[in-house]
Design a protein around this ligand. Structure first.
Ligand SMILES: CC(C)(COP(=O)(O)OP(=O)(O)OC[C@H]1O[C@@H](n2cnc3c(N)ncnc32)[C@H](O)[C@@H]1O)[C@@H](O)C(=O)NCCC(=O)NCCS
Ligand SMILES: Nc1ncnc2c1ncn2[C@@H]1O[C@H](COP(=O)(O)OP(=O)(O)OP(=O)(O)O)[C@@H](O)[C@H]1O
Length: 198
């Protein structure tokens, strides 16, 4: 049986780092952020729909989605964010279902979904893994590792579910306040549990 796992966590909590370790251990990882880029790549119907909704101002001169400009717009305006999500989320959902259907039987399929708590889909998974850090650590990693401003970091965090809301859907919690070595050890433990669900 395929084991279906939802993986979530706040921005810069360490989801991609956890996904990379899980992939090394043998999981099939489906990354919603990556799919959310693919479905609005240049020339796609998804990008046409975003332009129809938010205007041509969301395009770079080359015709790509201007991600920094759209980020500045939607993390300051919840209604624009909902309209963007209403276009992108169904396209991501469809594509992730196709990728899951292509996974070998018996695989541990991990869906890395930043907004899993927000969209209320936790019940569809056999296990939900939440990568957990306090807000101060999220801000420090966004500012220190990615060059975001504190304001940008806080506006994205404010657009997401609370730490408590995410912990409420978890079957497995990965505390990522320690070192990368600590993280790897904990991910190995969790992966052993997930494999045992097969
Ligand atoms: C606004 C956009 C263009 C900004 O692009 P940018 O390259 O700066 O960020 P990226 O896509 O790499 O996302 C980084 C992180 O931002 C956070 N984030 C992204 N979208 C959202 C959202 N709608 N609400 C809350 N947080 C979000 C997530 O933690 C995500 O991991 C982009 O995030 C987007 O298209 N968002 C809407 C689609 C969406 O909801 N994606 C989330 C997963 S499906
Ligand atoms: N235990 C750790 N110690 C120090 N730095 C870490 C640790 N875990 C992750 N990081 C760093 O924190 C940053 C955020 O991690 P990562 O990209 O995995 O988070 P994410 O949850 O996938 O982010 P996003 O929500 O933007 O997709 C990265 O620069 C990563 O290298």
């Amino acid at each position: 049986m395929t084991v279906r796992v939802g993986l979530t966590g706040g921005i810069a909590s360490g989801k991609s780092t956890v996904s990379a370790i899980l992939a090394e251990l043998g999981a099939v990882v489906i990354d919603a952020d990556l799919l959310a880029r693919e479905v609005v790549a240049r020339g796609t119907p998804g990008l046409d729909a975003v332009v129809a909704e938010l205007g041509r101002g969301v395009l770079t001169p080359e015709g790509d989605l201007d991600r920094p400009a759209v980020g500045a717009l939607v993390f300051a305006d919840a209604s624009a964010r909902k309209r963007l999500e209403a276009i992108i989320h169904p396209l991501v959902h469809r594509r992730s279902a196709e990728l899951e259907a292509a996974a070998a039987p018996g695989s541990v399929v991990v869906h890395d979904i930043p907004l899993l708590a927000e969209v209320g889909r936790a019940g569809q998974f056999d296990a939900v893994v939440v990568v957990d850090v306090p807000t101060e650590v999220q801000v420090a990693r966004m500012v220190g590792d990615r060059g975001s401003s504190t304001e940008e970091a806080q506006s994205r965090i404010a657009a997401q579910a609370s730490r408590e809301d995410r912990l409420a859907i978890a079957t497995h919690v990965i505390d990522n306040t320690g070192s990368l070595e600590d993280l790897r050890r904990r991910v190995e433990e969790v992966y052993a549990d997930l494999v045992a669900l097969a």
